[in-house]
Design a protein around this ligand. Sequence first.
Ligand SMILES: C[S@@+](CC[C@H](N)C(=O)[O-])C[C@H]1O[C@@H](n2cnc3c(N)ncnc32)[C@H](O)[C@@H]1O
Length: 222
Amino acid sequence: MRALKILVGCETSGIVRDAFNAAGHDAWSCDLLPSDTGSNRHILGDVRDVMMSDDFDMLAVMHPPCTRLCNSGVRWLTTPPPGRTRDEMWRDLDTGAALFSAVWNVAHIPMIAVENPIMHKHAKARIENYQPFSQSIQPWQFGTDPNGPDNERKRTCLWLRNLPNLTPTGTLDGTTARDSVHKASPGVDRWKARSKFFPGIAAAMADQWGAHGMTYISQRAA
Ligand SMILES: C[S@@+](CC[C@H](N)C(=O)[O-])C[C@H]1O[C@@H](n2cnc3c(N)ncnc32)[C@H](O)[C@@H]1O
């Protein structure tokens, strides 16, 4: 059985890419920005172009820019943040929804996962073929060490096509989960701290989606 060819879009950290590669797959990340680690398995470019450039088995977008799509930011559409206009906010919403639509509806990649927070109604209305998310998970559900990086609270929704919901792999119960994502201090890198991904979820994706994907691809080929 061959390994899966996987594109992880909108990722500079390489956390999801490296988890799939550690599980024996052929995974690549891509982003408009360079890799955080200088990895040679990172493609600099727009995910919408890169996803058309090869026969990927799986596209995982973790996660596209979500500030204008997510429920927590809906207030900016009526009262924009200082220095921004209302028109700019609605334009950003259109841009974010177009990117989500493009990756969610790509036809030639059989398995697709897109991660995003809860969306507001204006975002849902703009997304082509919008469907409710498949599942919502918390990083602490995939952690075993109370002091480890997974013991965090950050509701994460997954939109899945031809992929199963993830089964939690952790032993924590959420009572000691930290809230550092929401409490990230203001500053130029705040968005980066807030959008960072979690190794426990990434390992579960590689393990569970990797195994599912191998069976799925070989059944399609038979
Ligand atoms: C919210 S961050 C996600 C960070 C990711 N969770 C990680 O661990 O690296 C969104 C990322 O999407 C990238 N991005 C935005 N538009 C993109 C596009 N059209 N194609 C590829 N990457 C894009 C941004 O540069 C940014 O790195």
